[in-house]
Design a protein around this ligand. Structure first.
Ligand SMILES: [Zn+2]
Length: 395
């Protein structure tokens, strides 16, 4: 005789271990209590209204298909829950049949959890337009809705809206980095347009920060632009860096600014993705001489600027127009990874690119314990405006 639903359910209940909500709450409260994976098996619409913090979402209907990918360790403890305890009991049975050895069903479920005023988390809320715009990010497990939300909440400061800042800002805006700060005192000149693709012939003579804002907000209206039409100096650096930036993308290529950026970013503890270009060659690295990165800073490599007469010439040097596109795009990639917390950042590594040979190389950079800025006994206590160098900014 065929089983009825109540036969099936009572059979399942007898065989599935349950975990009372009070106990689940206690285990979640413990700092190291997260020795298990919590799985929400409700439907997408229910999950969107809120879930138990830290839960991963596998709707009951997708459990058999997604379990092995999302729950790779079959010996690990898994706690499933639904709204009232029925779907989760069936889900626990299914997981046991798939070979999971330590599965419990939280009892009764999310409805009671919410009634008890236990903490809940809500998934990021996107508009339909945003779900569409960022769909190729959201499909990546390494980004997903959470990662996209991080990008939208992130603040990146670009030093220079020139050769490096142009491609970097375009890709950061396209990716949905919610706030972009632009520091640049210059106006758009016709000789910029061979490489500074955020600007346009129709905006010649405009301040670069205004021209870039027009292009970036047209590309992505989600992005807010914070403009600083000024040169970065010791007397404005704290005001500019002090506005809670997550990452600095440095596209200024002159010695005084480079040292100032180094010392101020160390003081404000903001990672700096540094890029520079010369003729056909470019390089990128990330300076973050503090937790959790603990890499070198610029002064670990070059403690003091060379005397002005020995510094590389700042006279207008030629540059292949595409080169800053590649280096600036690498910088934007680094910034996105730092925001998402994914991959290996270029901390302690210098990536060099030679466009004529078409080669990339990576050199190791080491932190120096006797560094005057980030070492054990730092001697740099205040910002220094090094004089005697050219003042050019942004390639
Ligand atoms: Zn250092």
């Amino acid at each position: 005789m065929a089983k009825t639903y109540s036969d099936l359910f009572s059979e399942v209940r007898q065989n599935v271990k349950t975990l009372p909500l009070e106990e689940l709450k206690q285990r979640l409260d413990k700092a190291n209590g997260r020795s298990f994976t919590l799985v929400d098996v409700r439907e997408k619409d229910e999950f969107r209204q809120g879930y138990i913090p830290g839960a991963i979402h596998i709707p009951r209907g997708f459990l058999e298909m997604q379990a092995e990918q999302k729950l790779p360790d079959k010996q690990a403890e898994v706690v499933v829950y639904c709204a009232g305890g029925t779907r989760s009991a069936f889900a626990a049975k299914t997981l046991a049949e798939l070979g999971y050895t330590n599965v419990k069903s939280a009892n009764p479920g999310f409805v009671r959890w919410k009634d008890m005023s236990y903490p809940i988390e809500e998934p990021p809320r996107f508009t339909e337009a945003q779900l569409d715009r960022y769909s190729r990010h959201i499909m990546l497990p390494e980004v997903g809705e959470k990662g996209q939300q991080k990008l939208l909440s992130a603040r990146v400061l670009l030093l220079g809206a020139g050769g490096l800042g142009a491609p970097a800002s375009l890709y950061l805006a396209a990716a949905g980095v919610g706030t972009l700060g632009l520091v640049d005192a210059d106006v758009v000149d016709a000789s910029n347009l061979q490489r500074q693709i955020v600007h346009a012939t129709s905006r010649l003579g405009q301040p670069k920060v205004d021209s870039a804002e027009t292009q970036l907000t047209d590309l992505n209206p989600d992005v807010k632009i914070v403009k600083f039409q000024e040169r970065l100096l010791s007397d404005n650096v704290d005001r500019i860096f002090g506005q809670r930036w997550d990452v600095i993308v440095d596209g200024c290529d002159n010695f005084p600014t480079r040292y100032l950026v180094n010392d101020a970013s160390l003081f404000h503890r903001i990672p700096v993705v540094h890029g520079s270009i010369f003729r056909f060659e470019g390089q990128v690295t990330t300076f973050a001489p503090f937790e959790p990165y603990n890499g070198p800073c610029y002064r670990c490599l070059y403690p003091e600027p060379p005397p002005p007469h020995l510094a590389p010439s700042c006279a207008e040097a030629g540059v292949l127009g595409i080169l800053p596109g590649i280096i600036g795009t690498l910088q934007a990639t680094e910034a996105i990874k730092l925001i998402l917390g994914q991959g290996d950042p270029l901390v302690g590594r210098l990536l060099t690119y030679d466009s004529l040979r078409m080669t990339f190389r990576t050199l190791k950079l080491r932190r120096d314990k006797s560094c005057p800025a980030c070492g054990e006994n730092p001697t740099i206590k205040e910002y220094i405006d090094y004089e005697g160098f050219c003042a050019g900014v942004g390639h």
